[in-house]
Design a protein around this ligand. Structure first.
Ligand code: CP
Ligand code: NVA
Length: 303
């Protein structure tokens, strides 16, 4: 049995692991801001496989690795043999003999699992069709920094039952918060994930019901990467799901708004809400990708 640690979903972490990663992320953030150098990953290399586009994930991992004294190699499937059909199992065995840690952004979650199975080094899920755990590390860090522990709080997810929603479900279990999910009919999270987490989630088709009494409200694009053809149809199917000031009036007084970004203003979120500094914490959330992932890499590498 391999002892290599991976982060394929948040379920790979215990609560103690999560707490340690977030505490480290907060400490690392303070160190960076005070100009302290930390080159714990000197001479180490991160391989970054991207089969989908990215701004935040690429830059945060690459900058994070630089800050830790290591380096990162950007591997687009368009330019590697992966894109020409080299088996995932072969790519995993080859790459993991050359680099120290690997992150992958791909389509099928099963492909990531197969890669990890054949990798000798830690593998990080940098987004699949089903999960986006790195984003949740940043979101949890952001909530803690702004409002303290999310334990016992109510979180509302408004929108598609997608990869982000699935990771919020995993976070609800891990952090012990209540998750109200509002999605249009036909866009619910996967049935098996709902089934396993019934104790933590409430499912509705009414955004007001989901947001009522919430301490933290989050949403995401209506059409994810790979669903571009559905964009027009989804604009109709998700009508009424915009998170705006009117909807936020149903949340608790000090509720925060989060969005993993990129955001489509006038669709899933109003311009005014995302720009409202009293409610929206999206820029801190984006920044925390950097700090949380540095802490994650150190954790997976036992540093
Ligand atoms: N939130 C997020 O993962 O952004 P990117 O797609 O830009 O990496
Ligand atoms: N659900 C979105 C998240 C982007 C960070 C997507 O998969 O495209």
């Amino acid at each position: 049995m391999s002892t290599v640690k991976h982060l394929l979903t948040l379920n790979d972490l215990s609560k103690a692991d999560l707490d340690a990663i977030i505490a480290r992320a907060i400490a690392i953030k303070a160190d960076v801001k005070s100009g302290k150098i930390n080159e714990t990953l000197k001479n180490q290399t991160l391989g970054m496989i991207f089969e989908k586009s990215s701004t935040r994930t690429r830059v945060s991992f690459e900058a994070g690795m630089t800050q830790l004294g290591g380096s990162a190699i950007f591997l687009s499937s368009r330019d590697t043999q992966l894109g020409r059909g080299e088996p995932i199992e072969d790519s995993a065995r080859v790459l993991s003999r050359m680099v120290d840690i690997i992150m992958i952004r791909t389509f099928e979650h099963e492909k990531l699992e197969r890669f990890a199975q054949y990798s000798d080094v830690p593998v990080i899920n940098a987004l699949t069709d089903d999960y986006h755990p790195c984003q949740l590390l940043a979101d949890i860090q952001t909530y803690i920094e702004h409002r303290g522990s999310p334990e016992g709080k109510t979180v509302a997810w408004v929108g598609d039952g997608n990869n982000m929603c699935h990771s919020y479900i995993n976070a609800a279990r891990l952090c012990n918060f209540k998750l109200n999910i509002a999605c249009p009919k036909g866009f619910e999270p996967h049935a098996d994930i709902i089934e396993k987490n019934r104790d933590f989630i409430t499912l509705t088709h009414d955004p007001i019901e989901a947001v009522t009494g919430a301490d933290w409200v989050s949403t995401d694009v209506w059409a994810s990467m790979g669903q571009e053809d559905e964009q027009q149809a989804r604009m109709q199917q998700f009508a009424g799901y915009e998170v705006n000031h009117t909807l936020m009036q149903h949340a608790n007084n000090n509720a925060v708004f989060m969005h993993c970004l990129p955001a489509h203003r006038g669709e899933e979120v109003s311009h005014d809400l995302i720009e409202d500094k009293n409610i929206s914490v999206v820029w801190d959330e984006a920044e925390n990708r950097l700090h949380a992932q540095k802490a994650l890499m150190l954790f997976l590498l036992d540093k």
